[in-house]
Write a protein that binds this ligand. Structure first.
Ligand code: EPU
Length: 335
């Protein structure tokens, strides 16, 4: 496995930012991990970053350590029981191609997660979700490697501590575990989720199957969200904030049209709405801006630097704080 120096990450992050990795390599086989542990022993002070599709990263600076591009791309049908089909996907598989592969096999479950950018291995990090389905709903286990000791461990779905855009791997022990594969259990008797705004309208009264729902989701995403191949972005740039019920009731008096979705003990707000109300939709400062059709998506119109995008994000955070007293949290990892 070759370790290169001063490698441009422009083609490897969906914002299209021209950050450089001090060191860079591509991991095609698990055996390559030995090279990484040896490298780490030689460079104990330098950090190491595993990169999937680069769809959830904002490189504000060049990366001072080693960036490892994950390319483990195996796919296997493991078997079935009365309720589920089980499939195992290597971390380096492109997420959307994997979803369509499951549909080609005749398996359902992941259709609502169609066209999410990124890789299979990155998906558990932030428990990707869309249109009423989250990754955790269909995970059986996550196979991860403690890259410092080369110990392999299977995390059951409970051990992954999945929550809204969060997981054990993201929050409890970041940078320790390298996700190498995910085992999914896909229902043999699926219940379609089509109640999210806009999905039912696309499908009308047709007899449903996974491919049809996937196609409808692709349509919706293509009309609302920018394609990273055309315009750099990392999907939603902020998480939808959760606030206490009392705060929600007060805000509702002041802003009666504010959308909110009651959760167990809190209310989930729409970050897109809050940002839109502050007048940021379609705004641009140099090449950094928000997407004209969705205020929650920050975009790189061409040659923005990570620092410019981050500076723009600070402006958005400050105005939402001023107007609504709510602190937005970035969804992507800011490096
Ligand atoms: N809205 C506005 N103005 C905007 C954008 C949105 O007012 O410019 C309001 C509308 O009221 C709209 C509501 O926000 O009804 C919700 O918008 P949308 O349905 O697009 O969903 P979202 O909450 O903004 C979340 C996920 C998306 C996911 C969609 C669909 C987060 C942070 N984002 O967005 O995930 O695709 O729901 O399920 O939870 C991602 O994580 O990168 C991502 C794209």
């Amino acid at each position: 496995m070759k370790i290169r120096e001063n490698y441009s990450l422009k083609a490897l992050n969906t914002f299209g930012l021209d950050a450089k990795a001090r060191y860079f390599c591509t991991l095609h086989k698990l055996s390559g991990i030995r090279t990484l542990t040896a490298w780490q022993q030689e460079h104990p002070d330098l950090p190491l970053l595993f990169l999937g599709g680069g769809s959830n990263m904002l490189f504000v600076n060049d990366y001072p350590g080693l960036v490892v591009h994950m390319r483990l791309e195996t796919l296997e049908v493991l078997g079935q029981d009365a309720d589920y089909h089980y499939v195992r996907a290597g971390a380096g598989n492109n997420w959307h191609e994997f979803v369509r592969w499951t549909i080609d096999q005749g398996f359902a479950g992941l259709e609502n997660l169609s066209l999410i950018p990124g890789t299979v291995g990155a998906a558990p990090m932030q428990n990707i979700g869309a249109y009423g389905v989250e990754l955790k709903d269909h995970v059986y286990e996550v196979q991860a490697l403690d890259w410092r000791t080369a110990e392999l461990r299977d995390f059951s779905v409970d051990e992954c501590c999945f929550a809204y855009r969060d997981s054990y791997f993201k929050s409890v022990e970041p940078d320790r575990w390298l996700i190498i594969a995910v085992v999914f259990r896909l229902p043999r008797h699926p219940q379609w989720k089509t109640d999210y705004a806009g999905v039912q309208e696309q499908l009308q009264d047709k007899v449903l199957d996974a491919r049809m729902i996937s196609d409808a989701i692709i349509n919706i995403r293509q009309t609302k969200l920018p394609d990273p191949a055309q315009i750099g972005n990392a999907g939603s740039f902020f998480k939808n904030p959760m606030i206490p019920v009392v705060q929600w009731e007060n805000l509702k008096v002041q802003f009666p049209t504010m959308p909110g979705w009651p959760q167990q003990h809190e209310v989930k707000l729409s970050a897109g709405w809050l940002i839109d109300q502050c007048g940021w939709k379609g705004k641009r400062e140099g090449d950094a801006g928000t997407y004209a059709k969705h205020a929650l998506v920050l975009v790189n119109h061409g040659n923005a630097t990570g620092a410019e995008v981050w500076n723009f994000a600070q402006g958005v955070i400050a105005s939402v704080q001023d107007k609504f007293g709510i602190t937005l949290e970035p969804e992507p990892r800011v490096l």
